[in-house]
Design a protein around this ligand. Structure first.
Ligand SMILES: C[S@@+](CC[C@H](N)C(=O)[O-])C[C@H]1O[C@@H](n2cnc3c(N)ncnc32)[C@H](O)[C@@H]1O
Length: 274
């Protein structure tokens, strides 16, 4: 623990594998970063050949989580966030948005990519009143997150937590049972907690998304586009907050509603645990 209440959760960094594409690095490539390898750029380019606007869609996911954070901090008084699949830091990060409104907000970031781990220091520059921590763990093993000392030192699981899963569930195949994973995680959260999800879909443009998904799979990455009903099922037992499960561009947009809400091929929703 450092003087700012920051925490680093892993002593030794796991090796970076530059032979298969990783989603964090492909995202970094689309967002104009430098933390990517030839395999990531090749796969990212193959996907953008099918969907040239994918980089813009990646930015829309970040904008969605900012809107969610502002809504939860301002309107619902939420002061704790658990962001799984945090990605390579891009300012403003979630804790910067939340702490700019409520400096005492606490955020735990989770990711399992060594490149994200290498950058995690940027995620841990918290306000003195709040705290942010990074936990190197795998969503597919919820107990590795819930039982991690970095989580207990930062979040109080007897009080509401906003769990954010932004563009990550698509990396978990149906055979790995993402719904069961989600249940295990959300059962640990108290009533009044929130769940935010974005998920890519073929619903708006089946052909282009099908081609992009095939390019990812050919490069060795698990990638699943899901239908509205499939994404809705991830919220089972939770109450969707208005406007419900919508295209990401249509979820409480800042300013004017988008001319074409389906221009970004992601479903997005926020729900409250009753
Ligand atoms: C497509 S990126 C999205 C990043 C960020 N949420 C955003 O929207 O900008 C997916 C992130 O999830 C991480 N990830 C993938 N599978 C994971 C797993 N099983 N456990 C934890 N993190 C995972 C990747 O390393 C990557 O950083």
């Amino acid at each position: 623990m450092t003087e700012n209440g920051q925490q680093h959760a892993q002593a030794e960094a796991p090796a970076v594998d530059a032979t298969v594409p990783h989603s964090a690095r492909v995202y970094d490539y689309w967002l104009g970063g430098k933390d990517n390898f030839a395999v990531d750029r090749a796969m990212g380019a193959a996907m953008t050949e099918a969907i040239p606007t994918l980089p813009a869609m990646a930015k829309e996911n970040r904008r969605f989580v900012h809107r969610v954070a502002r809504h939860l901090v301002v309107e619902q008084g939420v002061r704790q966030f658990l962001d799984i699949g945090a990605g390579i830091p891009t300012r403003p990060n979630l804790h910067e948005v939340a702490q700019s409104i409520a400096p005492e907000t606490r955020v735990v970031y989770v990711d399992n990519d060594p490149v994200v781990l290498a950058h995690s220091r940027a995620l841990m520059v918290s306000t003195p009143e709040g705290r942010s921590a990074y936990v190197d763990a795998d969503l597919r093993r919820p107990r590795s997150i819930l039982d991690h000392p970095g989580l207990a030192e930062t979040l109080d699981l007897t009080r509401p937590v906003a769990l954010t899963l932004i563009a990550i569930l698509m990396l978990i195949a149906d055979e790995e049972d993402p719904a069961a994973t989600l249940r295990e995680l959300t059962e640990a959260l108290p009533s009044g907690s929130y769940l935010a999800i974005t998920h890519p879909t073929q619903d708006f443009n089946p052909e282009a998304v099908g081609t992009a998904v095939a390019a990812a799979r050919q490069a060795g990455m698990t990638l699943v586009a899901r239908t509205r009903d499939e994404v809705q099922r991830f919220f089972a037992g939770w109450e969707l907050v208005e406007p419900g499960l919508t295209p990401v561009l249509a979820w409480r947009p800042d300013g004017e509603p988008p001319a074409d809400p389906q221009a970004a091929y992601y479903w997005a929703g926020l729900a409250r645990k009753p």
